[in-house]
Ligand binder design. Structure first.
Ligand SMILES: NC(=O)c1ccc[n+]([C@@H]2O[C@H](COP(=O)([O-])OP(=O)(O)OC[C@H]3O[C@@H](n4cnc5c(N)ncnc54)[C@H](O)[C@@H]3O)[C@@H](O)[C@H]2O)c1
Length: 352
């Protein structure tokens, strides 16, 4: 079978990380094109990754060689006959149009979260994909591919601990840019735990309350940071989430599941503990690329493998839509200071 020829849209932090991943670590795929309105950035990335020598060839990874084209307009990249599949890593506001174009050209796509910026446009994407009669969209909720989260899911699904009753989640970033406002904390950060709760409980979220404690004094833009969300599942189970994106220390993501006969915690970061100069401890990752590098590798490799079989293997457009609906309600809760019911179409009515 031929290598999957991948085009990446948006080569900022996440897109560049995926580009390097495809070139250096993913088998069965080749990066053939990138697109970004920041042309110098796209050119520099394409040039650096097109060089024939390097780690890829030394390690035998198949994809190191071959020129990577820079295509100015993302819609042209999607339509290009030499591109078999697309990774969308542009900002969220650009996703809806680019996803629709992928569907129009029947191109499989791994779309970074959020699926789109609001519930309505997410539902339109779900419906357009459904009309095609084939799942082409996978959403980049990479926590599902993290070995620790996957082990937690397996444990909870085994029933060994009885029924899962509660989830306690912590999601902290070292810092974020000034442009990261209160709503983005919900739509761009909390959205990961929204997906984790839906996935671990295998249930929809019926109601969300987002509390805003007195904010840290270390953000100048007035963002409500930290936030504390309570997600009420349709079945009655509850998940809580602390999101704190200017924690100053480093990147920290934890999840504790409390079940009838025990609890399980992941994300303790207990890698190598060292003792020196009267102290003991370990390293706190700088950001998500360090903490979830393995998860991204597994996510993209499994997406490539599934795409070559004509399938998806991960969170679907419906999962992206459900998360968008919860985040829309979450932003309303934050603004109005009250619990908000999640308004969502019924899955059976949309997907049959
Ligand atoms: N899964 C994760 O853990 C994770 C982590 C970070 C970011 N993300 C997601 O990845 C996406 C990109 O985030 P980022 O942090 O890399 O942002 P970024 O700002 O670093 O990069 C975005 C890039 O997209 C380009 N761009 C702007 N408008 C565009 C358009 N219309 N079409 C194509 N490209 C366009 C910009 O020039 C920039 O190079 C977002 O959807 C974000 O939510 C996911």
């Amino acid at each position: 079978m031929q290598d999957l020829r991948i085009g990446i849209i948006g080569v900022g932090v996440m897109g560049a990380d995926h580009a390097e991943r495809v070139v250096r670590r993913i088998s069965g795929a080749r990066l053939v094109a990138v697109s970004d309105p920041d042309l110098p950035r796209a050119n520099a990335l394409a040039e650096s990754l097109s060089r024939p020598a390097g780690i890829a060839e030394q390690t035998g990874a198949a994809n190191g060689s071959g020129a990577i084209r820079v295509i100015g307009d993302p819609l042209d990249l999607i339509a290009d006959a030499q591109v078999d599949a697309v990774i969308i890593a542009s900002p969220g506001f650009a996703h809806a149009e680019q996803l629709m174009a992928c569907l129009e050209h029947a191109k499989p796509v791994l779309c970074e979260k959020p699926l789109t910026m609001d519930t309505e446009s997410s539902l339109r994407v779900v419906e357009a994909e459904h009309k095609l009669g084939k799942q082409l969209i996978q959403v980049g909720f990479m926590r599902r591919f993290d070995p620790e989260y996957a082990a937690l899911k397996e444990l909870l699904d085994s029933g060994e601990l009885g029924r899962t009753l509660l989830l306690h989640n912590v999601h902290r970033n070292k810092t974020v840019p000034d442009t990261f406002r209160s709503e983005m904390i919900v739509r761009d950060s909390l959205v990961h735990e929204v997906d984790v709760a839906r996935w671990l409980f295998d249930d929809e979220i019926a109601k969300i309350t987002v509390h805003a404690p007195k904010p840290t004094g270390l953000v100048a833009n007035g963002a409500l940071d930290p936030q504390f969300a309570i997600l009420e599942m349709a079945s009655g189970a509850i998940a809580d989430v602390e999101v704190f994106v200017n924690f100053q220390v480093g990147y920290e993501v934890r999840c504790e599941a409390v079940a009838e006969k025990g609890s399980a915690t992941i994300g303790l970061g207990v890698d190598v503990l060292t003792k020196r100069a009267g102290q003991w401890g370990g390293v706190v990752p700088e950001d998500y690329r360090a903490r979830f590098g393995t998860a991204y590798d597994i996510e993209v490799q499994r997406w490539v493998d599934a795409t070559r079989r004509g399938e998806i293997d991960g969170p679907s457009a419906w999962d992206g839509y459900a998360a968008a609906a919860v985040c829309t309600a979450g932003i309303q809760s934050l603004q109005e200071g009250r619990p908000v019911e999640v308004e969502m179409a019924r899955k059976s009515e949309v997907l049959g």
